[in-house]
Design a protein around this ligand. Structure first.
Ligand code: NCD
Length: 303
């Protein structure tokens, strides 16, 4: 039995297989419409989510399966003090596969260690968000045609943004990746990530102004300042609108640069960018659903 805790749990070859399956599912949904008949997915969300939870649930429904779970820990036995280990033991009796989001780093790993069904990490604190990374990689692969040889700009909250940490971890396995980290001093990418890049000899730069480097990017990954992970509101208020990608900045960007964002967006991308063909964050949501379909089918060993 396999779980998905980090994007590195799959080899590059296994990821390629997963992406091919996701593309096939998009092309021929009828072929997969009953793959998960009588199977159940449990979504255990201890932290707010719209897209990720509904994406998982829609993915399972598209495969003919059904869904149980909670979207708010206060409405479950967690509010009575139940541990993650006990919750997953119980859920293992009801469902065939589970997706868990938790504010504490490592909670899905505790669940996996106590589970008799596959567990998917749907985001743990500021740590990892592997299915968002699968979404991001599938989007890049589909719209750029390849995953290596590009300059990737990541902009915004690089300190607390778990999607950023997972994506960097995953991209370093492809040839010819260069990173430009664009953030205020307070929200720089953690040292454990830059140490890993140094060790692997992967080129990266850290800059503050988006305008200075937007012209060199093949891909710009915008992120929201992660309000819920700040220790004081003053800092959040000071930093929240540090970057706003607007039409004027897009004029400085290459014609083929893609703009991705895991969503939800707050102010960091002005709505007048949405019509720009380079803005692909809503397409990204669609790819997310297909890649989760492929992931569920793979972890349930139905393909
Ligand atoms: C992201 C997350 O939860 O980390 N959202 C998502 O799952 N698409 C990004 C965010 O909340 O900023």
């Amino acid at each position: 039995m396999r779980h998905l805790m980090s994007p590195l749990d799959f080899t590059v070859e296994e990821l390629e297989k997963l992406f091919c399956l996701a593309v096939e599912m998009e092309k021929d949904p009828d072929k997969y419409a009953h793959l998960c008949d009588r199977k159940k997915l449990a979504t255990l969300f201890y932290e707010p989510s719209t897209r990720t939870r509904l994406s998982f649930e829609t993915a399972m429904l598209n495969l003919g399966g059904s869904v149980i779970g909670f979207a708010d820990a206060s409405s479950s036995s967690v509010s009575k003090g139940e541990s993650v280990a006990d919750t997953i033991r119980v859920i293992s009796c009801f469902a065939d596969i589970a997706a868990m989001r938790h504010p504490k780093e490592g909670a899905p790993m505790v669940a996996a260690a106590n589970s008799s069904i596959p567990v998917i990490n749907a985001g743990d604190g500021g740590h990892q968000h592997p299915t968002q990374t699968l979404t991001d990689l599938l989007t890049i692969r589909a719209l750029k045609g390849h995953l290596g040889n590009m300059t990737v700009g990541l902009c915004g909250d690089l300190k607390f943004g778990r999607t950023v940490h997972s994506l960097i971890n995953a991209l370093v396995r492809y040839e010819g990746i260069r990173f430009v980290f664009i953030s205020p001093e307070e929200l720089k990418v953690p040292d454990y990530i830059t140490d890993m890049l140094k060790e692997k000899n992967i080129p990266y730069e850290e800059v503050i102004r988006l305008e200075d480097r937007i012209g060199d990017l093949d891909l710009l990954y915008m992120t929201r300042v992660q309000k819920e992970r700040f220790f004081n509101e003053e800092d959040y208020i000071r930093l929240k609108d540090f970057y706003i990608l607007d039409k004027a900045k897009m004029e400085l960007a290459p014609e083929k640069m893609l703009v991705l964002h895991p969503l939800p967006r707050v102010n960091e991308i002005s709505v007048d960018v949405d019509d720009d063909p380079r803005a692909v964050y809503f397409k990204q949501v669609q790819y997310g659903m297909y890649v989760r379909m492929a992931l569920i089918a793979t972890l349930l060993e139905l393909v």
